[in-house]
Design a protein around this ligand. Structure first.
Ligand SMILES: [Zn+2]
Length: 201
């Protein structure tokens, strides 16, 4: 694949993941699940697969904490990406081309394969440094977020396997920010979405 021999291994792994065609409307989820299973084995993490409906597998990697009674940290991400109009791209959206400035071009480079690999590489580094934390950390990888999560997260949260994760806190995607600041979606207590219908006359 013409890999730069001096490339940081985390970048190489990111580019490998970007080449997996998990593109809607027919994502190749099998290849993503195999990729994730391989990484779990490499990192020595527990790996659980939950098929929430036929062809829709949620992959869970678990780094056990020293106090597993505590509620866990969830690092969630979705594996699917939205479609492409390939003619409008300067580089093949599934080649993960890296230009001389270091820019990587791919569908999923921002939304959100970057985040999945960042979770993985952060845990790889912490484990390699011999770090241990009281709380268990779970990484979950969801199908179908880009089409509403009806056959992904929405089913998963009703499963006993989800309950068993005993989650205390979760991270998921944000959005790119063109300035020097980072965008964080902020929520506390509980989600409060209401629908107001006003009928005038
Ligand atoms: Zn996303």
């Amino acid at each position: 694949r013409g890999q730069d021999p001096g490339e940081h291994p985390s970048v190489t792994l990111f580019r490998e993941y970007l080449r997996l065609k998990t593109v809607q409307p027919e994502p190749n989820y099998d290849v993503a699940v195999r990729f994730l299973e391989r990484i779990a084995a490499e990192l020595g993490l527990g790996c659980q697969k939950v098929e929430v409906c036929p062809g829709r597998v949620v992959t869970i990697m678990t780094w056990q904490g020293t106090d597993p009674q505590l509620r866990s940290i969830l690092l969630n991400s979705h594996t699917d990406v939205v479609p492409v109009f390939e003619e409008h791209w300067t580089h093949d959206p599934f080649e993960a081309f890296k230009d001389s400035q270091g820019n990587i071009y791919a569908r999923g480079a921002q939304d959100m394969k970057c985040v999945s690999i960042q979770y993985i590489e952060a845990i790889r580094r912490l484990k390699a440094e011999g770090k241990r934390f009281p709380r268990t950390i779970h990484m979950t990888f969801m199908p179908d977020e880009e089409i509403g999560g009806f056959k992904g997260m929405q089913l998963f949260v009703k499963r006993p396997e989800f309950q068993a994760l005993n989650i205390g806190f979760a991270l998921d995607e944000g959005l790119a920010n063109p300035t020097d600041t980072f965008t964080v979606f902020y929520g506390e207590k509980c989600v409060w979405w209401i629908k107001i219908k006003c009928e005038g006359n």
